[in-house]
Design a protein around this ligand. Structure first.
Ligand SMILES: Cc1ncc(C[n+]2csc(CCOP(=O)(O)OP(=O)(O)O)c2C)c(N)n1
Ligand code: SF4
Length: 351
């Protein structure tokens, strides 16, 4: 992974958050992605979300696989922990890290190739296990790093830069997530920071697997006429089904909703997501209806965005497995490794 240090010059009047940090304290190295790549806008939204949540950077673990998208954790939170796994294997590495340390805030960044091709099996099981992880899929419909082959999220009939049509059916990640029981499912657009930042904040506060697919145009290989993942196509066909706002308990509640129904969902850290229905018949707490609604819009070429589904009733991985509350690194060695006699006893149970 290329790493170019950013000059660390802070203007003294930069705004600070509740723990005294500026946005610049949440940055990473200088990006090496193509100018205009959607992934860089997502990085900016991630920086904003962590800054607004007053998260201490060293209490975050950022995980990724391989791809231009998977390089992006280098560009935010330089003081966080990180692991750049092999292609498509981030979900299992992140699940293991989340299992070992529940005090760490976990964010996983992946691409549509990383998640929906080589890593599809891994992603499916992470969704089922419900680990405490914000999973961001930077979706550009191509394998950017290997020069623009169609990925599994490319829509049938969409064309490559050279004009060849994609003949295969696509895998839609949010429909997959709804199907597999993910407890937080959203779609956004890298060019819509206003929508993306509150969704990322809500995803970080969600207890369980928060899946956020972000349409993120690849300006070099998939931003032409004929692509359904270009800036122009997404701007024209994006429809927001529900508007989400994240309310942190210590903040004064300033959200005002003149029109439309407002629905409040409380998250485990006592923050709230305020959901304002933009479309009358949309219910983000009804999994089956959300699925049907998204499908109906997709059939007419529209890209529904916003917080598509949120459920707080399903137990997260720690509750399901009955794990201890402490991080494993805090356990005394004799508890972590109780010795040969304990191991023999355990093996006896399986004979
Ligand atoms: C095991 C393995 N197979 C194939 C590759 C080649 N490879 C590198 S990145 C990539 C796809 C990246 O696409 P995506 O995840 O969509 O990320 P993007 O670059 O578009 O952000 C592939 C196939 C690899 N690095 N490792
Ligand atoms: S090739 Fe595409 S995905 Fe990769 S950095 Fe360039 S614009 Fe972004």
């Amino acid at each position: 992974m290329s790493y170019i240090t950013k000059p660390k010059v802070h203007h003294p009047s930069l705004k600070r958050n509740a723990i005294g940090l500026t946005r610049r304290d949440y940055e990473g190295s200088l990006t090496t992605l193509c100018a205009g790549c959607g992934h860089d806008s997502i990085t900016a939204a991630i920086i904003q979300a962590f800054w607004e949540l007053d998260v201490e950077p060293h209490k975050v673990a950022k995980m990724s696989g391989i791809g231009c998208s998977s390089k992006t954790p280098a560009y935010f939170l330089r003081e966080a922990h990180g692991f750049n796994s092999v292609h498509g294997r981030m979900p299992s590495v992140a699940t293991g890290a989340a299992a070992a340390n529940r005090e760490m805030m976990m964010i996983g960044i992946s691409g549509d190739g990383d998640s929906l091709s080589i890593g599809l099996g891994q992603l499916c099981h992470a969704m089922r296990r419900n680990p405490n992880l914000l999973y961001v899929l930077e979706n550009n419909g191509v394998y950017g790093l290997t020069k623009g082959q169609f990925s599994a999220s490319a829509d049938p009939g969409s064309t490559s830069k050279r004009g060849e049509p994609n003949t295969m059916a696509s895998i839609d990640s949010v429909l997959l997530a709804l199907n597999l029981g993910a407890t937080f499912v959203a779609r956004s657009f890298s060019g819509d920071k206003e929508q993306l930042v509150p969704i990322l904040k809500a995803g970080l506060a969600h207890k369980g697997f928060a899946f956020v697919d972000v349409i993120s145009p690849c300006v070099t290989f998939n931003d032409h006429v004929g692509s359904t993942k270009s800036y122009a196509y997404t701007r024209k066909h994006q429809i927001e089904v529900v508007h989400a706002d994240m309310i942190i308990p210590r903040d004064e509640i300033t959200a005002q909703y003149a029109a439309g129904e407002v629905h409040r969902v409380q998250l485990h850290d006592d923050s709230w997501i305020m959901l304002r229905k933009v479309e009358d018949d949309y219910d983000p707490t009804d999994r089956d209806r959300a699925y049907a609604h998204i499908r109906a819009h997709q059939r007419v070429g529209e890209v529904p965005t916003g917080l598509l589904y949120v459920g707080t009733d399903l137990a997260d991985m720690h509750e399901q497995m009955g794990t201890i509350p402490e991080a494993l690194t805090d356990l005394p060695f004799e508890d972590l490794c109780p010795g040969d006699a304990a191991l023999q006893k355990l093996q006896e149970r399986f004979r």
